[in-house]
Design a binder for this molecule. Sequence first.
Ligand code: F6R
Length: 264
Amino acid sequence: MENQMEIVILPDSAEVGRVAASVIADVVARKPDGALGLATGSSPLAIYDELARRAAAGELDFSRMRGFALDEYVGLDYAHPESYHAVIDRTVTKPLGMDPELVSVPDGLAQDVPAACAAYEAAIDAAGGIDVQILGIGANGHIGFNEPTSSLASRTRIKTLTPKTRADNARFFDSPEAVPTHCVTQGLGTILRARRLVLVAQGEAKAEAIAAAVEGPVSASCPASVLQLHEHATVVIDEGAASRLHNADYYRYTWANKPEWQRY
Ligand code: F6R
């Protein structure tokens, strides 16, 4: 069992995608019927591109892997191209060759939201838990849609998006007002139960959130700081996202001197 929080600083987004993809590939190779935790948004696209390339080359087989998305907007039709049902299908399920029957996204259209959230938790448990959870990070430190002050022990539930998150995600919609106000998201406690966490971030807009998550106190004010409580979290970032870290040189040195026997 590994016990580490590893910070990997790389020159660009493609390299971030390649290294993070190698972590996922290692899990898929060892457990071809395991479960992946899937993030949406821009950050993990380089991972999915790299995994799709390896799948197309016959190096990886995702056909028996399960997938569980982190979150979904409430009240947004699944036919809407920016619903996370549609995004996961377009950017993950199809390109990686996953079986749509094995890929789940939280139910943002449920009549009984608490029951749907409990069912989602139960489905993750029934699958044997998540083997590796892919994460992005919001500029305010959110992971999934666990906005600041989310309980560090929270499970899948409905959340109100902050105006900042709605503004950040307005680029995907016709107008800022079209961004839903609520979401259903796996909780921080749900995320902590995954066996392995891989968080990716690119660009200076994420630098403050990354510094708070990695070097700040564990606090609900920066939900991503909960990674410090996990026994095997890997943070893969580019130079921009690393630009506010105090100990960046130490992380570079650690990565450059990573022992051969210590796998991804
Ligand atoms: C989405 C999710 C969010 C995003 C975050 C960063 O499933 O979990 O936490 O990862 O909002 O979004 P991008 O990557 O678009 O900057």
